[in-house]
Design a protein around this ligand. Structure first.
Ligand code: NAP
Ligand code: ZN
Length: 352
């Protein structure tokens, strides 16, 4: 066991502040990584403020962060895929049972015994797992990913959650050339979704509540932008979408989007608001529409997504901040004021 610097919150109402946490010494299958960059996901904020307590209560202190890129510093004796000096990444998962049907299918993201990067039981040290707002992390090599060497490292960090969470459902629901695809919310997840849908050749429409994001949406790859508070603009797209990915982090009217789907169209929710959404039966039954959800992605698909990004030179648009600005970043996230992912430069933690 060794100590490493981190940022944690002591309660749902406390600001994030500097602390020390314990990490295990690498066991034979472990990879130890010096963290260089960690993205800030809205899930970090939901968890820090215990907004998902009906599903998973937050154990304090919490060290969030699951968009991790860094450099390998040490490996266990049985590790074959990584060596010291390699670039490596860790996303939302650090373990799973490896034996259930979902794990066997490479869908560790649906394993009932999955261990999340933060706020999950830590079978090695007791207590809960601690995430990427930290100097270093120790992870089983099965959950460590390779970062294509051509990608900017700060821009690559958000691929580990925002990237895979949007890539996976679009692959599942067959987003390809000729399909009309909507992205609701242009934040961290939404802007990655636009990049992927565009790369897959779809006709991409962004729905935003922020009119000032219109130009960015077009630059990121959207073909059209709709300001969702404008009912006339929305009505023009009624019954026309094959697929819509909803990335909104707060309560909103899902029926307004269901009505934009064509026959057999699907909306997938990845946004996880604290409060339930109301679904009107008629929004679904009149066109055999479906509403579904999706949780990040499995390890093989996460590597596939990273390789796809390497090939197509896709990274997130990031605002790199020192860790001392994390509380300010959370406030801005709540105002939809992020273009389009905050990423912490972990070198800033060394001065704490
Ligand atoms: P984010 O960067 O804060 O983006 C959310 C966007 O939603 C905002 O930029 C805004 O876009 C829109 N929005 C916010 N409040 C709204 C409101 N009241 N009404 C309508 N639109 C609103 O957040 P994120 O990191 O992308 O995460 C988005 C959600 O996905 C969070 O709930 C997060 O926990 C969840 N998530 C889920 C998974 C999963 O596996 N399912 C993985 C990661 C994250 P506009 O300004 O364009 O309107
Ligand atoms: Zn996330």
């Amino acid at each position: 066991m060794y100590n490493t610097k981190a940022y944690s919150a002591a309660s749902a109402t406390s600001p994030m502040s500097s602390t020390q946490i314990a990490r295990r010494d690498p066991t034979e299958h472990d990879v130890q990584i010096e963290i260089l960059f960690c993205g800030i996901c809205h899930s970090d904020l939901h968890s820090v403020r215990n907004e998902w307590s009906s599903i998973i209560s937050t154990v304090y202190p919490i060290v969030p962060g699951h968009e991790i890129v860094g450099r390998v510093t040490e490996v266990g004796s049985a590790v074959t895929k990584y060596k010291p000096g390699d670039l490596a990444a860790v996303g939302c998962l650090v373990d799973s049972d490896g034996t259930c049907l979902n794990c066997k299918a490479g869908l560790e993201n649906f394993c009932p015994n999955q261990i999340l990067t933060f706020n999950s039981p830590d079978k090695h040290l007791g207590g809960v797992t601690y995430g990427g707002y930290s100097d270093s992390i120790v992870v089983d090599e099965r959950f460590v990913l390779r970062v294509p060497s051509n990608l900017d490292l700060a821009g690559a960090a958000p691929l580990l959650c925002a990237g895979i969470t949007t890539y996976s459902p679009m692959r599942h629901w067959g987003v390809t050339e000729g399909k009309k695809v909507g992205l609701v919310g242009l934040g961290g997840l939404g802007h990655m979704g636009v990049k992927f849908a565009h790369a897959f050749g779809a006709h991409v429409v962004v729905f935003t509540t922020s009119p000032d994001k219109k130009e960015d949406a077009l630059r990121l790859g959207a073909d059209e932008v709709v300001v969702s508070r404008n009912a006339d603009e929305m009505q023009k797209h009624a019954g026309s979408f094959d697929f819509i990915l909803d990335t909104v982090s707060a309560k909103h009217d899902i029926n307004a989007y269901l009505n934009l789907l064509r026959l057999d169209g699907n909306i997938t929710l990845v946004g996880a608001p604290e409060k339930p959404l109301d679904v009107a039966a008629f929004s679904l039954i009149m066109a055999r529409r479906s509403l579904s959800g999706s949780n990040i992605g499995g390890i093989p698909e996460t590597q596939e997504m990273l390789d796809f990004c390497g090939k197509h030179n896709i990274t997130a648009d990031v605002e790199v901040i020192p860790i001392q600005k994390v509380n300010e970043a959370y406030d801005r996230l709540l105002k939809s004021d992020v273009k389009y992912r905050f990423v912490i430069d972990m070198a800033s933690l060394k001065s704490e």
